[in-house]
Design a binder for this molecule. Sequence first.
Ligand SMILES: [Fe+2]
Ligand SMILES: [Fe+2]
Length: 238
Amino acid sequence: MTRLAGRPAEPAGARPTSLLGRDIGHLVPPGAAVPGLVTLTGCDRAVWESAAGYLRVRDNDSHTLYSYGLATALLAQTPEARAEVVLPAILLHDTGWSAVPEEHILEAIAPRARRPELVRAHEIAGARIAREVLTDLGFASADIEEIVAIVDGHDSRAEALSVDDACVKDADKLWRITPHGLRTVQRWFGLDADEALRLVSIRTHAHLHTAAARAMAGALGALASIDLTAERAALADG
Ligand SMILES: [Fe+2]
Ligand SMILES: [Fe+2]
């Protein structure tokens, strides 16, 4: 919501004043009635609680949650994919970075990376962690095998094994063009916002597997590039 210049901050918990002069809060629907909103549900929350301890390096925890949101949006457009495979796989896919020394991770994920063996190492470790977590949580063995295979190759394998794998790969890559992804890439590699957008866009669009992800990438890139136009920057609301 836009805050008028000079207006003091609202007290915590207070409803912001409506510019209409009347309260329309009663017209806001409950979240369950709104399409497109995402929360972690049921067993996904249990997988996250098991995975989160392995994701506390290089923003992998935030990356994982945003990718979970994108995976959920992809599933809504890809009815042949199975949420019970895609969502645990995206929550677990980068847990293996916990087995790679943090000081080496940027060298592994940088453009023209010099340490491809570390990318492979995080996939192998992630596959092992995924198997342990899913076995502990009582997942069906066939789903465990599919999820482990997706994690073990999510970066190094260019082709998708299945539509489930395609959704995981696309959700992982789409994160790069989100506001959080772009800020993270800027910080990691010392780029300005325009450089970061151009770098991630050229490394994302051509590598997506689903039509839904290509449409999402187009929308995310369009918004990010409008943010960088002189016309947008000149507007008073920043
Ligand atoms: Fe990864
Ligand atoms: Fe990832």
